[in-house]
Design a protein around this ligand. Sequence first.
Ligand code: NAP
Length: 264
Amino acid sequence: MAVAEELFSVAGQVVLVSGGSRGIGRAIAEGFAQRGSRVFISSRNPETLQTAVAEMEESGNPVESVLCDVSEEDRIDEAVRQVLDTAGQIDTLVNVAGVNRRKRAEAVTTEDYDFIMDTNLRGAFLLSRAVGRHMIERRGGVQINIESLNTWMPLKGVLPYAMSKFGMQGMTRALALEWGRHGIRVNSLAPGFILTDLTRKLWSDETMQEWNSANAPLGRLGTPEDMVGTAIFLASQASAFMTGQTLYVDGGFSSGWSWPIPLD
Ligand code: NAP
């Protein structure tokens, strides 16, 4: 392998992508498979998992699957065990599984709060912990957490979601501190506005589309595939001296404010 390619190589890695059946997780899973990783995708829904496995097989990027609802603690330990029994190791964990419900803060129910936190934060922690114990034993590994542009600046109407993603940034930095000496690097990707099932309804609104076109520095919405390059970078030797960081992959939104100042 040429030196330049080796730096960014993820070939031969065993990669577990939670929430890998659809959207961002699926694109990241396929990106790793295309580059020679052995990939396991997990999600809570057997049908979406099967569809994803079949479609990626058909496109020449086969992945394996493991059913795991990250809000169920018992299932997490079982799923990690299943991957380890099959593949012997996990080199990279990508914590993607996430949900959202948009409403005013005062209308958020305790059930809404628990639903979002149990998947986005508690589930990510439980999976990080289970895989982290394995990575500590083998003295190495990479964990990548999917945060959100909300950790740069929260948006109105998504309180528990924003809280969960701020928690995830805290987890990323705290785990980086503790696990660096075990050879484990923990970083986050913070996507901007990416068109997926989670956001399709929102971005079908014309006012939202106009707002994005007017304010997005790169002038477009992101695609799930836009998240692949930085995920590969964070899992490869190219980022060997990076841990505890959040990379914003957001078409430039976190670079600053746009305002309607008249310019010649
Ligand atoms: P998506 O298209 O709705 O996909 C969500 C994925 O998470 C699906 O694979 C889903 O699996 C899985 N999932 C949901 N709840 C789960 C659970 N309890 N246990 C296991 N898997 C579960 O969403 P997306 O837009 O790709 O979002 C992926 C991640 O990126 C989320 O963490 C989200 O917060 C973050 N993000 C997205 C955007 C954006 O603009 N799209 C922006 C910033 C951050 P099932 O098939 O089982 O439902």
